[in-house]
Write a protein that binds this ligand. Structure first.
Ligand code: FDA
Length: 579
């Protein structure tokens, strides 16, 4: 059987990782095909928290406004509430997702974008529609079965689930974005650490007007401490807002060793009634599904011409809302590299930097998400709620915090502290933005290792060090105000310099690789009226930053130099894998 279909990149999966890989590749003009097993995109909300870095990626890919148009805004996300039920007692709140006034300022300073809540069943169509409009060929009901690779490409066998037959697709590269049970990763033999199926989780999607319990404390998440809720490992039942305030999803644990319960409408409604705490309010169950929480990460993300992205390489609980964010960012890291290798600009060695840069991020995300689960325990401990007990005992413990005794005052303090500590899950700005890459596609500038002035998980620290994303500053061009991030990306390298940097501009123009140049300073194409860029660029006016298509600084030189041409040529040779 000879291959009937050929393409440059075959992508397996149309979830956040696959759809964003397709979008980036089509935006860069790389022919690609997506095959996906089912007849539709995600039909349930699944992942939803969309952080600033992902919004920056989507901004570069031209779909930021499409996402904002459908997402729930940041201002409606921020009162993570702990309670005995929505109608019951409130135990406390955490100002979350950039809604603490200080963190809000940090978000504004860090990025031109805002985080938002974009449920996966709305996100996927935005990504896929734009990808298809730009050239992606999408094949629904087409299942990846196996692959073989040789020196020139990958031959993939797929099954057309409509016709029932199999056929082959020949691609130069294969991306396995086929989720947490990735067959591509398994067939490619990617080494995985960790464990699958550590806890069982049930998602129940339902409609109910819950405005009277939520509109006064708008939030994406309402955590309900209820007897039995610790079973699934998440620590509490979760009522998550899908659409304020009438569409919801409950996440509820089940004992993974006993298997998922029978997900009847009656069962789903009983869970909804328990967590909402109102037997009268009309409820319509839309769907129930069981899934497992995993703790796994791949140590290598590729094998030859096969690359994996998203849950195929990192599987973890939803804590910190990192699942689809990390998946989209994986694909964004990979797409420009594939483009430059396919058009001959870069050597295949550039692709080695994908694992070097993204595997540490995947490992960090899996670790952070699991740590966040453990950090819920002190809330239960403060209520003596961890040991097996009857509902009556738990309610009595919760009521005891209202007593006038010294013990009750201590309990109140413990509970406040335990809830406040959850900022590491709900306000971890540093986890979202402090990624640093070390690989052959980054040229260190010889400055001492970075030290973080504040907790790097909580606080974003901007820097123009090679390996960090370019800092955001508002600059102007004529009457237009734009972010420094808006000057980079679009699938090409960018060199930023200032007055006195003509040598760098000439050096950039002399390279065989396309490099956009951005000169910032009085009377230049771009100006820095607030002086923010002068402070954040960490170079003198005549120095230079070479920024990769994904917005990460690849090379930095603090001053003008007669060697600009040689330095830039050598740096690019290394970055592009020619050295
Ligand atoms: P994703 O799983 O989204 O996509 C995989 C794609 O591959 C799908 O399009 C699938 O059809 C396709 N595919 C798989 N095998 C294939 C094959 N052999 N051939 C062809 N196509 C194939 N996260 C969170 O933060 N909060 C939450 O509440 C939830 N809830 C949740 C519920 C359920 C049911 C699931 C499955 C997952 C979650 N998640 C979640 C996790 C979150 O959805 C996840 O992190 C991201 O979707 C990861 O995106 P990917 O694109 O990597 O995989």
């Amino acid at each position: 059987m000879s291959p009937v279909v050929e393409t440059d990149v075959l992508i397996v999966g149309s979830g956040p990782a696959g759809a964003s890989a397709a979008l980036a590749l089509s935006t860069y003009g790389v022919p690609n095909i997506v095959v996906t097993r089912y007849a539709s995109l995600a039909d349930t909300p699944r992942a939803h928290i969309t952080n600033q870095r992902t919004m920056e990626v989507l901004r570069d890919l031209g779909v930021e406004q499409d996402v904002i148009a459908q997402a729930t805004g940041q201002h409606l996300m921020g009162n993570t509430t702990f309670c005995t039920s929505l109608a019951g007692e409130e135990l406390g709140r955490v100002r979350s997702w950039g809604n603490d006034p200080l963190v809000q300022a940090a978000h504004e300073l860090a990025s031109p974008t805002r985080m938002c809540d974009m449920p996966q069943h709305l996100m996927e169509p935005v990504l896929v529609d734009a990808a298809v409009a730009r050239g992606t060929s999408l094949r629904f009901q087409t299942e990846y079965l196996s692959h073989t690779q040789d020196a020139d490409g990958v031959t993939v066998t797929v099954r057309d689930r409509l016709r029932g037959d199999t056929y082959e697709i020949r691609a130069k590269y294969l991306i396995g974005a086929d989720g947490g049970r990735s067959k591509v990763a398994e067939d490619a033999g990617l080494p995985m650490g960790g464990q699958m199926g550590v806890a069982g989780s049930i998602n129940i999607v339902f409609e109910a007007d819950l405005a009277k319990y939520t509109a006064h404390r708008p939030s994406t998440l309402y955590w309900v401490l209820a007897p039995g809720a610790t079973v699934g490992g998440i620590g509490a039942g979760l009522v998550r807002c899908v659409r304020p305030w009438d569409e919801w999803m409950i996440v509820w644990g089940y004992d993974v060793t006993a298997g998922a319960p029978d997900l009847t409408t009656e069962y789903a409604e009983s869970v909804v009634r328990q967590l909402v705490g109102d037997d009268e309010i009309p409820v319509t169950i839309k769907s129930s599904s069981a899934w497992t929480v995993n703790e796994m990460y791949a140590e290598t993300y590729s094998n030859g011409r096969v690359f994996c992205a998203g849950d195929a390489t990192h599987r973890h609980p939803p804590s910190n809302g990192l699942g689809s964010n990390t998946s989209i960012q994986d694909s964004y890291n990979l797409a420009w590299k594939l483009k430059l290798v396919l058009d001959g600009t870069a050597a295949p060695k550039l692709l080695d930097s994908y694992t070097a840069e993204r595997a540490p991020v995947g490992k960090q995300v899996v670790t952070r998400a699991n740590q966040s689960i453990g950090e819920t325990a002190p809330i239960f401990e403060a209520l003596d709620g961890l040991s097996p007990q009857t509902p009556e005992q738990l309610w009595a413990n919760i009521a005891a915090r209202k007593d006038t005794t010294e013990a009750a005052e201590k309990q109140r303090a413990r509970l406040r502290e335990a809830i406040a500590f959850k900022v590491y899950e709900f306000n971890a700005h540093g986890v979202d933005l402090n990624q640093r890459y070390a690989s052959d596609a980054i040229v260190p500038d010889g400055t001492p290792a970075e030290t973080f002035a504040r907790d790097p998980e909580l606080h974003h620290q901007p820097t123009s060090r090679p390996g960090a994303r370019i800092p955001h500053a508002w600059i102007t061009s004529g009457t237009r105000t734009l972010s420094t991030l808006d000057t980079v990306g679009k699938g090409r390298f960018t060199l930023l310099t200032g007055i006195g940097g003509e040598g760098w501009v000439r050096a950039a123009a002399a390279q065989g690789t396309e490099i956009a140049t951005v000169v910032v300073g009085p009377g230049q194409e771009y100006e820095d009226p607030y002086g923010d860029w002068a402070r954040l660029s960490e170079i003198s006016d005549a120095g230079a930053l070479l920024v990769r298509p994904d917005g990460f600084v690849a090379f930095r030189h603090a001053t003008a130099t007669p060697d600009a041409g040689t330095l830039l040529t050598d740096a690019l040779r290394q970055i592009l894998g020619h050295a």
